[in-house]
Design a binder for this molecule. Structure first.
Ligand code: FRU
Length: 467
């Protein structure tokens, strides 16, 4: 595929533009890529089609920040069209070695420009000394697919362990069409030795025909792998999304290249719009994650306005009792412009409107819930946009024009909401469960609370904005 020469798209209407989430300056976004810290800046790259609000030839868009809040758009980091990436620069990751920033990404190649269903994929390296301009390595491609793989072979996530480099490739498939993780080792990031598969979907449990965007990392004494399976079956009220981001916890043995996991997969988020997670280790030791607020069944209304998609807020990960907990990073307290609400609220069956100055750019923290049934709602003139109901040990999320989503919650104690112009992120019980949702409205919005059972709770609320 030839290099694109058309004009980049720009935003024609700001109505759905987010205030504090990473977006493109115009054009399509999907996965977060190459998240890292390099020479005083946090860097986030993203799958980017600058020329259309639809998915297309994949570039790496690039933003950087000193505080994880204010993001500066930088020139496109990777443009497809070189021999190693003729049809696209697909997802990948970043690592810093000897003061140089390395990106390891998938080169996507079509056999014929008019047939997007048949392709091959390989892994490539690009590097930069200033964190802005990237050079593709002479040695590319650095990894080719093993012989027993199908055409899908992508999304390398690299890390360092005891002085060596390792990576997992997901988006890989056995000839029997089962998703799997392939494990590689290197001493210099350019020469890679295949150590074998370290995870594979079990056919009987329908664990997916593809595991996209894997990310393996050490957290609180265990090895966690986040990944995004395609074609996984729902289990009751869990994994209802067509492609549900998931994780498993276990122990990776680097000597034998085996990954022992005792438990089944867990869902990484219970909302409709969460996929393709990627994490990095911040200099202060926090494991921070972004995901793409992906639509699978829905249209993104902003496509009419010259852009599409955004990332989640960065979230800090911890492992508690074998489960991943996600917390809004503490930097977000700096977005609080005004405290609108700090009170005890007595709830009853009448919906009370929360006294927020700007309910569409707000943070609301509810505490002392003691397991009472509860209904939180974000609404506009036409009625509910998003309703979260807690009763009988389960949370149910109803979103306008979407099917229901659920999460088990034996005892609800706290809820934390971040509402931006066209998204809400909900952290349940300090991040034991999260719901991530896009929504679209051009009317004014408000938030309400009610309970079938009289209860007094603590509510804090802020208007958010970037100073
Ligand atoms: C996940 C994904 C990746 C791939 C990229 C292409 O959303 O399909 O597997 O690298 O998007 O844009």
């Amino acid at each position: 595929m030839a290099k694109q020469t058309t004009t980049p798209l720009t935003v024609t209407n700001p109505r759905y533009r987010q205030a504090f989430h990473i977006m493109t300056p115009g054009g399509w976004l999907n996965d977060p890529n190459g998240v890292c810290y390099f020479k005083g800046y946090y860097h986030v790259f993203y799958q980017f089609n600058p020329y259309s609000a639809e998915w297309g030839p994949m570039h790496w868009g690039h933003v950087r920040s000193k505080d994880l809040l204010h993001w500066e758009q930088l020139p496109i980091a990777l443009t497809p069209g070189d021999p190693e990436d003729t049809g696209g620069c697909f997802s990948g990751s970043a690592i810093v070695k000897d003061d140089r920033l390395y990106l390891i990404y998938t080169g996507h190649h079509y056999y014929r420009a008019d047939d997007l269903d048949h392709f091959w994929e390989n892994q490539n390296v690009a590097y930069s000394d200033d964190g802005i301009h990237f050079t593709k390595a002479e040695a590319n491609p650095v990894i080719e697919a093993p012989a027993d793989n199908t055409q899908d072979f992508r999304d390398p996530k690299v890390w360092e362990h005891n002085g060596k480099y390792y990576l997992v490739v997901g988006g890989s498939q056995t000839k029997g069409h089962l998703g799997r993780l392939l494990f590689y080792e290197s001493t210099d990031l350019l020469h890679w030795q295949f150590r074998g598969p370290i995870g594979q979907a079990s056919a009987s449990q329908d664990e997916g025909f593809m595991w996209e965007c894997p990310d393996t990392f050490r957290l609180n004494g265990a090895d966690v792998t986040l990944f995004s399976p395609m074609g996984m079956q729902n289990r009751g009220h869990a994994f209802l999304n067509e492609n549900p981001a998931s994780y498993f916890v276990g122990h990776l043995d680097y000597q034998t290249a085996t990954y022992r996991t005792d438990e089944p997969f867990h869902s990484a988020d219970s909302g409709h719009n969460f996929y393709a997670t990627q994490t990095f280790l911040a200099p202060d030791g926090r494991r921070i994650m972004w995901a793409w607020m992906s639509p699978f069944a829905e249209k993104m209304a902003e496509q009419a306005d010259g852009w599409a998609g955004c990332l989640t807020m960065p979230r800090e990960l911890t492992l508690k009792n074998g489960r991943l907990c996600q917390a809004p990073i503490q930097e977000f307290t700096a977005l609080r412009q005004k405290k609108d609400l700090a009170s005890e609220l007595t709830l009853n069956s009448t919906a009370q409107t929360l006294a927020l100055k700007d309910a569409q750019h707000s943070e609301v923290i509810l505490k002392g819930l003691t397991g009472v049934p509860l209904i939180w709602q974000l609404a506009d003139e036409q009625g509910s946009l998003i309703t979260l109901t807690y009763q009988n040990g389960e949370l149910t999320l109803a979103a306008r024009d979407k099917d229901l989503r659920y999460a088990a919650c034996p005892r609800l104690t706290a809820l934390h909401f971040f509402v931006d112009t066209s998204s809400v992120e909900i952290f349940v019980n300090d991040g034991e469960t999260t719901f991530t949702e896009r929504f679209y409205t051009t009317g004014s919005v408000y938030q309400t609370l009610q309970s079938k059972q009289a209860a007094t709770i603590q509510a804090t609320g802020f208007t958010l904005g970037l100073a």
